[in-house]
Design a protein around this ligand. Structure first.
Ligand code: URA
Length: 434
């Protein structure tokens, strides 16, 4: 078999055989297929799509490109969650410790920023010393000891996804349904979780722009999970505007810390409670979503979720001082408010534009392996439906470069849509797929 023929087949819209998919993924993982061929293949998949059978085969090939974990000697039931990617999406930082605080082990393999969306690993790395590259032995030992791990893909789990993920980020091949579904589900299958809550984002700051596409992605992933014996639930959630207020790595960690202390933005707290409730339900800690939300609120407000987060950061060598005193997290040199140019009601806050502004400030990558600046980003103070007076701060930009600061200001003002008449706020969730 030759990689170029597989690229040509996909380019011409043919259905790839399981053997072709296994060959391509296996050889790419081993370094026998170079990035330029993989990039061409990704673009062909992006433009031509994949059948459900191809997507399932791709997922399994990626899941088995390295080791797979069986965690049943550690716990009878391990839960996990994964987001399809959004702007201001720091949900894992709150939900993972919250659920672990209930006694349900959470072993999570997270990703880096992708396109305009942020990544949990980049956020965690704003905490000095935090190690995202645990070995399989360390992953297992930590899960046994403290019941929570938030780690990356440097261990030998789904290495094909690790490589393809970084390549997709810089080749315009992120928003393809089969690539997102296989990326997420291969990691989940390899990391050994029995029950998985999938947070499928829909809207302008998501890779799925319509409810129909989000539902198809949700159904695809839930179906793949079911076929390999994992319990999966997908929540379809809004990503037309950023979640919470903070966008950018250290700023998001700070907002997650506020939330873990029982504060934080209302929409973000509510989102975390609902996602946690579904994990608690799948993990049989509660009998209904309502009971899950109640338990989640107790775990948050009693400080137990915070204690678990602190234990996590300590276990992965992060500087605990930094999270206890978040003013010690990386801070940008230039902090500037952007005042509202007019009064009225907020009709839209284009989340993709907000995400791209944050990337341009340095919070994301333009090229594979680029360093990021964990200090930069922005605070979006207002939500769709809010009444705003002229001159009040709409955004606060955190930058380390004057030119980027000026460009961000322009871009952010262009991301806001106005109305003279009252506007309804946006829902947090659009549905559940089981
Ligand atoms: N999260 C992932 O892990 N992969 C994607 O492709 C998108 C979001």
């Amino acid at each position: 078999m030759r990689a170029v023929d597989i690229i040509i087949n996909k380019r011409d819209g043919k259905e790839l055989t399981p053997e072709e998919i296994r060959f391509f993924i296996g050889e790419y993982t081993r370094g026998e297929i170079p990035d330029y061929q993989a990039a061409a293949w990704l673009m062909a998949v992006m433009l031509r799509g994949m059948t459900p059978r191809e997507t399932a085969d791709l997922t399994l090939a990626m899941a088995h490109s390295g080791q797979t974990l069986d965690l049943h000697d550690i716990a009878p039931l391990v839960v996990d969650k994964h987001s399809s990617g959004g702007v201001g999406d720091k949900v894992s930082l709150v939900v993972a410790p919250l659920v672990a605080a209930s006694g349900l082990p959470v072993g999570k393999m997270s990703g880096r920023g992708l396109g305009f969306s942020g990544g949990t690993l980049d956020k965690l790395e704003s905490i000095r010393g935090y190690r995202v590259n645990l070995s399989v032995d360390e992953f297992r030992a930590q899960l046994r000891q403290i019941g929570i791990v938030l780690s990356g893909q440097s261990m030998d789990l789904a290495p094909a996804d690790g490589k393809l993920y970084a390549l997709r980020d810089v080749t315009g091949t992120v928003p393809a349904l089969p690539l997102i579904a296989s990326s997420i589900m291969s990691k989940k299958i390899a990391a050994g979780a029995d029950a998985i809550v999938l947070d499928v984002k829909m809207g302008r700051g998501a890779f799925m722009q319509t409810i129909e596409d989000a539902r198809t992605l949700a159904q695809t992933m839930v179906g793949i999970g079911r076929n390999v014996g994992r319990k999966c639930v997908a929540l379809i959630s809004d990503m037309n505007q950023p979640l919470g207020h903070a966008v950018g790595n250290a700023l998001e960690v700070k907002e997650a810390i506020d939330t873990l202390h029982g504060g934080g933005p209302k929409d973000f707290r509510e989102h975390c409670l609902v996602a946690s409730a579904h994990m608690l339900l799948l993990g049989r800690k509660v009998g209904s979503v309502e009971a899950g939300e109640k338990l989640a609120a107790q775990l948050l407000d009693s400080g137990q979720a915070w204690d678990k987060f602190e234990a996590l950061v300590r276990a992965q060598d992060g500087d605990v001082e930094m999270i206890e005193r978040p003013e010690r997290l990386p801070r940008a040199r230039l902090v500037q408010d952007v005042p509202a140019p007019r009064g009225g009601y907020i009709a839209g806050v284009n989340a993709a534009e907000i995400g791209l502004t944050s990337v341009e400030l340095g919070a994301g990558r333009a090229k594979k392996g680029d360093p990021i600046d964990t200090a930069v980003g922005l605070i979006a103070h207002r939500k769709v439906g809010d009444a705003v007076s002229a001159g009040e701060p709409l955004f606060t930009i955190h930058a380390n470069d004057e030119v980027k600061l000026a460009s961000a200001e322009k871009r952010l003002l262009g991301a806001v849509e106005w109305s003279d008449a009252p506007v309804n706020s946006l829902p947090l969730f659009y549905g559940v797929v089981e």
